[in-house]
Design a protein around this ligand. Structure first.
Ligand code: PMP
Length: 339
């Protein structure tokens, strides 16, 4: 009989799919890796499992324990699935800019979710980082993975996603592109690929309102770069330990709007019903590819999560219109259908 022992055995081994329409006219091959094929519908399942396994090995997490994390939803989903399979409880702190869908999904899989304000400094006691830390101090036998600084995050991608990309492309990958949040998926994969072939170029997507690009280019942590933005999952107002700037050759900033428009195009033109940060990764990757890719090059773009979590945002025409994100062309089409 062929079956998995539990849901966690279905994590990883996501496919690699060629971009067709959206890559028309661009030399080389652009391949995307939709991580929504994971059981929790995001790449975060991989690192959730790794962080929990490492905590178990180190004796930090014992039977009956509680996992506490500040998570934008996807890491929470991954941790919740791992916790169910292994018998732990979960408490998650999320920022109030996260999709209601993401919060509902976490509660659906039995987690307790605490919603915290977004526009406060990370060291403010109300921030989702601070609340998670405090709960960890107060609750006995609790484990705070802290995906920003936990080496298991990047290690999961070094051990699984990186080798998958290398093997699926039969070592022909020349470029790797990913959005950067905690840095785990970019830097874990980048480390593996660059060890295999030091000439592989890595391109990290950053959001406006985040510190990464400026820090890479100047070495300065510039607080003036920090302002609110809507894109979920990429960009930060801190420098997580999982972001290894030496492994990221260049950053490209992607706006909320460009990311949203590309997310919708991916669903309609490629049949890939993906999340908002995936649109950011593809937008930045195509921008880079148009300028730099040559015949024979193979670019791989990681797509972190699934579209369901954004139905009330980027996939909602009224929301897109309210934010000035709907392009004239698309708006006219929507209007025609209504008329
Ligand atoms: N996209 C989404 C939807 C995410 O949740 C995250 C995680 N913050 C990222 C992209 C960025 O990935 P990483 O944390 O591995 O840098």
């Amino acid at each position: 009989m062929k079956y998995s022992d539990s849901i966690i055995d279905t994590i990883g081994n996501t496919p690699l799919i060629k971009l067709n329409k959206l890559a028309e006219g661009i030399p080389g091959t652009i391949l995307v890796k939709p991580e929504y094929f994971n059981p929790g519908n995001s790449m975060k399942d991989r690192m959730a499992l790794k962080m929990v396994e490492m905590a178990e090995e180190e004796g930090i997490l014992k039977p009956g324990g509680t996992i506490i994390e500040g998570t934008s939803g996807n890491t929470g989903m991954g941790l919740a699935l791992v916790a169910i399979a292994k018998g732990y409880k979960c408490i998650f702190t999320v920022s109030d800019k996260q999709s209601q869908e993401k919060i509902n999904i976490l509660r659906a899989v039995g987690a307790e979710v605490i919603v915290c304000p977004t526009n406060v400094a990370p060291d403010d006691p109300r921030s989702y980082y601070s609340v998670a830390k405090k709960l960890n101090e107060e609750i006995p036998n609790s484990f705070y993975p802290n995906q920003y600084d936990n080496p298991g995050n990047a290690l999961a991608h070094y051990e699984t996603t990186g080798p998958e990309v290398w093997e699926q492309t039969e070592g022909q990958v020349t470029h790797y592109a990913a959005g950067v949040g905690t840095g785990g998926s970019m830097c874990g994969v980048a480390r593996y690929l660059k060890e295999k072939n030091k000439d592989i170029v890595t391109i990290g997507m950053d959001s406006y309102g985040s510190v990464f690009k400026k820090y890479k280019e100047t070495g300065i942590f510039d607080e003036r770069e920090i302002y609110p933005y809507m894109l979920e999952g990429i960009g930060e107002d801190i420098l997580p330990k999982n972001v290894d700037f030496d492994l990221i050759d260049q950053f490209i900033k992607v706006s909320d709007k460009d990311a949203a428009v590309m997310t919708r195009r991916m669903a309609r033109e490629e049949g890939l019903f993906i999340g908002w940060s995936c649109g950011a990764a593809v937008h930045g990757a195509l921008q880079y590819a148009k300028e730099h890719l040559k015949e024979g090059d193979v670019m791989v773009v990681i797509l972190p999560d699934h579209g369901t979590r954004y139905l009330n945002k980027v996939y909602n025409d009224s929301w897109m219109k309210d934010h000035g994100f709907l392009e004239e062309r698309e708006f006219a089409t929507a209007g025609d259908i209504i008329a």
